[in-house]
Design a protein around this ligand. Sequence first.
Ligand SMILES: CC(C)(COP(=O)(O)OP(=O)(O)OC[C@H]1O[C@@H](n2cnc3c(N)ncnc32)[C@H](O)[C@@H]1OP(=O)(O)O)[C@@H](O)C(=O)NCCC(=O)NCCS
Length: 139
Amino acid sequence: MMQIRPFERADAAAVIALWEECALTRSWNDPHKDIARKLAVQPELFLVGVTDGAVMASLMAGYEGHRGWMNYLAVAPRFRDRGLGRALVEHVERLLLERGCPKINLQVRASNPGAVEFYRRLGYAQDESISLGKRLIED
Ligand SMILES: CC(C)(COP(=O)(O)OP(=O)(O)OC[C@H]1O[C@@H](n2cnc3c(N)ncnc32)[C@H](O)[C@@H]1OP(=O)(O)O)[C@@H](O)C(=O)NCCC(=O)NCCS
């Protein structure tokens, strides 16, 4: 029931609305800039899920030659608990594996235990590492 395809420019408004509905936007991340940056780097790994012609899911992935990464996983609330989040992640796993990616890393906000449980169900385990970050461009 859900078609998975690469993001297209015409999807931008729907994708940003989805991220807002799924509480993924933050004041320090301009979603328009996040999309523009992704379209410049491996845009084929920025996927959307479409049902009845409407974007209702997203997943942004990348592979930098050592690890694959996933961001902006979202399934619209009315489509949850049907295995669609799993289908998107497993689709990206196949794309990353085709590129020779040996391991996927991802970050989940500490305030989001539901996403942690979701990823555990898909075989992801917590690494013994501390996540550090340094902002280079202020949005
Ligand atoms: C996380 C999210 C993508 C899950 O999408 P979904 O389509 O409902 O997930 P699925 O139906 O594919 O669930 C897959 C498995 O995870 C489990 N699961 C999903 N959400 C869960 C939750 N909140 N708590 C516990 N388990 C959960 C399901 O029960 C299912 O388990 P099973 O395969 O063993 O039966 C969706 O809830 C979402 O968009 N959340 C808001 C955005 C978000 O938090 N994104 C992640 C940022 S890191």
